[in-house]
Write a protein that binds this ligand. Structure first.
Ligand code: AMX
Length: 436
């Protein structure tokens, strides 16, 4: 059975050659214009980044190396006794472009479990943080501190060849992914169940099986399966989203993966990005409180208008790229539809009903280019139903997941020798001069 590193070693030369050809034969090919609206509009639509693992089509949604979410759910191995995709099989696909065998998936699970313990000083550091500090801030601090053991940084200091960068990057990336469950679970217990000891990592479990156990939900098979799916689906969403892009930008300075991903987490912590899943639940519960138990489409519509008229965004709706319902939203809805116990949940039903009403209201409101639900509209309510009720924590789970894609790209960026990222900025005056 070939390991992830051995498989990458086989795949990398072909990609390097593909890129070399592109550079020598087509470096001057024009693939788009830069308009003033791109510069002042958050670079929306500007094709300006290389990102290997996934591509987002505005209408169809995400594909990971060409595989759609339904394809992935069919072909990627799940955990023993489970049905949903797991982080390891998604990571393997993102890294190598290949579907791992069952044996390769298990081997990667074991490798990650063996590397999963936190250094004691990071445990102490996290334990010293106040429980009132937002869990995302705590996660970012913990991830940055893990750079103490960066093998890339140590090797760089000694002096290594550019062609070797990626191997050290890969070691750091796998170490970081392996340690995220223990770090994220420690934060959860410190904040919500102080004094509860963290169980040991089970070497026979997959990464998210362990995460669920460390959080205290090891006996909750439904939640564990949901976490597996959630984390696999949130793993990558091409490169331009704020967290992935941040990891890429910081990594382009040859900052190690811990520092790069810590920075990414602080981008994910914004309410227009990853924090939206926390915001959705807060907002849906406020809606539930206001409209009471008699939930009708009409009452939801009134509440939506109230939110919009007060100048706030409707969390969980709209997207920077997508122009249709998010296939990740659809996959999570399918997860709910297939489980009768979830049909009884008032919060899940409220989220579903809201998704039936909101697109028409947002269309009438007329601002957003995409009136449809994104993944955050529904991701939190299932966690809530299965007992993980602390919604301030939800973005941490997103943060455990997004590491899969953002760290994959760091390995590839170094394998492909991508340079320091440094776009040109202009002042308003300079922009005006260019136009006239
Ligand atoms: N509710 C109300 N107004 C919205 C809206 C929503 N859900 N989505 C977009 N708009 C508004 C924008 O604020 C903007 O208003 P402005 O002209 O006054 O500034 C206008 O519609 C045009 O925006 P857009 O081009 O359609 O979207 P965008 O690319 O600028 O922003 C996003 C995308 C996601 C930030 C935005 O849709 C939004 O704020 N959604 C709510 C928060 C959310 O769900 N975020 C999660 C996204 C997925 C993720 O990263 N996890």
């Amino acid at each position: 059975t070939k390991s992830l590193k051995e498989t990458l070693q086989e795949v990398i030369p072909g990609k390097q050659e593909q890129l070399r050809k592109l550079k020598t034969e087509h470096a001057q090919a024009v693939i788009g214009d830069v308009k003033v609206e791109n510069i002042i509009g958050g670079m929306r639509g500007l094709k300006a980044m290389l990102w290997e693992a996934s591509v987002l089509d505005p209408n169809e949604g995400i594909r990971f190396h060409g595989l759609s979410i339904p394809d992935c759910r069919k072909v990627l191995p799940s955990a023993p006794g489970g049905k949903e995709i797991i982080a390891e099989s998604m990571l393997w696909l993102l890294m190598t472009g290949k579907v791992p065998s069952e044996a390769q998936t298990r081997q990667l699970s074991r490798e990650l479990a063996e590397k999963g313990e936190l250094p004691p000083f990071v445990e102490k550091l996290v334990d010293s943080l106040p429980a009132t500090l937002h869990p995302m801030t705590q996660l970012g601090i913990g991830v940055a501190a893990l750079n103490h053991d960066s093998v890339f940084q140590a090797a760089y200091e000694k002096g290594i060849k550019k062609s070797e960068y990626w191997t050290y990057m890969l070691d750091d990336c796998l170490n970081l992914i392996a340690r995220l469950p223990a770090l994220a679970a420690r934060i959860y217990l410190n904040v919500y169940q102080p004094g509860t000891p963290l169980p040991a990592i089970n070497k026979d479990l997959d990464l998210i099986g362990n995460y669920s156990t460390l959080l205290g939900f090891g006996d909750n098979h439904n939640l564990t399966e949901y976490l597996r799916l959630y984390i696999a689906l949130h793993g990558d969403h091409e490169g331009g989203n704020a967290s992935a892009h941040t990891a890429h930008l910081v990594g382009s300075t040859l900052s190690d993966p811990y520092l790069s991903y810590s920075a990414a987490l602080f981008a994910l912590a914004g309410p227009l990005h990853g924090l939206a899943n926390q915001e959705v639940l807060r907002w849906q519960f406020a809606m539930q409180e206001e409209i009471g138990s008699d939930v009708s489409h009409e009452k939801i519509k009134e509440y939506l208008w109230k939110t919009l008229k007060s100048g706030q965004v409707v969390p969980g709706y709209g997207h920077g790229v997508l122009r249709n319902p998010d296939p990740r939203f659809i996959a999570l809805q399918e997860f709910c539809d297939a489980r009768p116990e979830l049909h009884e949940s008032s919060i899940i039903q409220l989220v579903k009903k809201t998704s039936e009403v909101a697109p028409a209201v947002l269309k009438e409101h007329g601002k957003t280019k995409n009136p449809y639900p994104n993944v955050d509209a529904t991701s939190g309510c299932v966690l809530y139903h299965y007992g993980l009720k602390e919604f301030k924590y939800y973005t941490v789970i997103f943060g455990v997941s997004r590491a899969l894609g953002a760290l994959t790209q760091l390995v590839w960026a170094r394998a492909l020798g991508l340079p320091l990222e440094r776009p040109k900025s202009l002042s308003i005056d300079a922009l005006e001069k260019l136009i006239t």
